[in-house]
Design a binder for this molecule. Structure first.
Ligand SMILES: [Zn+2]
Length: 88
């Protein structure tokens, strides 16, 4: 039995806790997801509008739960040069 992620537009946004870098959304059995959260630069406008002004959207790479939080809350991945913040 697999549970399919619901359409993201119907999910409420979760507020990111300070220094939170992994998803803590619990599944039906109460186990946290712990998927990595990544800045979601390509979020649709209607979802972006749900986040408070000045907040950045993050999305769990595992269950696609959407979070919002202040910019640069997550530690940036260290890339020697040509850092892409666009997630390319
Ligand atoms: Zn997750």
């Amino acid at each position: 039995m697999e549970t399919r992620p619901q359409p993201t537009a119907e999910r409420p946004l979760k507020a990111l806790r300070p220094n939170q870098t992994n998803c803590d959304e619990k599944d039906e059995k109460g186990r946290p997801c712990w998927g990595p959260l990544k800045v979601w630069h390509t979020a649709p406008v209607e979802i972006r509008q749900k986040a408070p002004e000045g907040m950045v959207l993050y999305r769990c790479q595992a269950c696609l739960t959407i979070y919002y939080g202040p910019p640069r809350e997550l530690p940036l991945r260290r890339v020697p040069r040509r850092v892409s913040i666009l997630g390319w």
